[in-house]
Design a protein around this ligand. Structure first.
Ligand code: ZN
Length: 289
């Protein structure tokens, strides 16, 4: 595969993580010789990627609130929704918000309950079905994006979505067309330059090959989005991701989650971010230029 950002064909090997969700098959993450972008060179074609998604981890279970686990899970989920909104709310102008890659619709539902008109787009039929069942929320298929009126949207959010996209340029250009003046684009992605990525190496769960096509470094993502007509207005770390990624990475490496070790490594990661803010995951907020 050529570089998904610049189209250049030459690259150098970077790391060989594996498909920990199912097949354990190794894939090659390479560095583009032209723009330095890290991407999964031998990822399947877009039409063949479906089976690599582990449907169990992609359908959130029904919120019955019966067991302690359910209740704790529900609380963490609710807390994360308000964190997400807290990171971006100061930048979001009046008007419609669109969550692109809305999963099972929790964020869409959360914002609607706050009184912010929000719509969601989701490619997975299972996600759309769950959103309908759990929240009565109708998510759209991404093909419906084209029919939105230009300059009509206040904010697009993509929470851990852009790294899955085969053709980021076309998508970002569409967002640019649909955003109104001063509209906002929020992009949350894993950070391959974080302490936990360097520590766990090929076991790092957030490589998540082959379903992650792109692995965005800050100094590649920011200029790329800015070239498409945006300017960066904010960048925040997602400290909880370091703990979660630590648990799954331990499972990959030791066949055991080792919660205490995951906790310590999460702390180490969050304390090693430096002035570049190299958190496990980052939330970038861009404004339409
Ligand atoms: Zn490139």
């Amino acid at each position: 595969m050529n570089c998904p950002l610049c189209g250049f064909e030459k690259n150098i090997p970077y790391i060989k993580p594996y498909h920990w969700r199912k097949t354990q098959k190794h894939f090659s993450v390479v560095s583009c010789e032209s723009c330095n972008h890290l991407y999964t060179y031998d990822a399947p074609e877009e039409d063949d990627i479906g089976p690599y998604y582990d449907s169990d981890t992609y359908i959130s279970h029904t919120d019955t609130k019966e067991s302690l686990f359910d209740r704790v899970y529900g609380l963490v989920k609710q807390y994360m929704l308000s964190r997400k909104w807290g990171w971006i709310r100061a930048h979001v102008p009046r008007g419609t918000i669109i969550d692109y890659g809305a999963g099972s619709g929790a964020f869409v539902n959360f914002l609607n309950q706050l009184g912010r008109e929000t719509h969601g787009y989701e490619i997975a039929e299972a996600g759309r079905k769950t959103a309908k069942e759990n929240y009565g929320v109708n998510l759209f298929d991404p093909s419906a994006l084209k029919s939105l009126e230009n300059k009509s949207v206040a904010c697009f959010t993509m929470w851990h979505v852009l790294e899955h996209i085969y053709d980021p340029k076309t998508l970002i250009e569409t967002f640019h067309d649909k955003l109104k003046k001063d509209g906002i684009l929020v992009i949350a992605v894993p950070n391959p330059e974080s302490w936990d990525a360097k520590h766990y190496k090929e076991h790092w769960a957030a490589w998540d090959v082959p379903i992650h096509i792109s692995h965005f470094k800050q100094n590649v993502l920011i200029p790329y989005i800015e070239k498409l007509g945006f300017s960066l207005v904010d960048k925040k770390g997602m400290p909880f991701d370091a703990f979660y990624v630590g648990l799954i990475s331990n499972e990959n490496k030791y066949k055991s989650k080792k919660p205490f070790m995951a906790f310590l490594n999460g702390l180490k990661s969050n304390l090693s971010v430096g002035k570049e803010k190299n958190y496990s995951s980052l939330v970038y907020t861009f404004k339409k230029a």
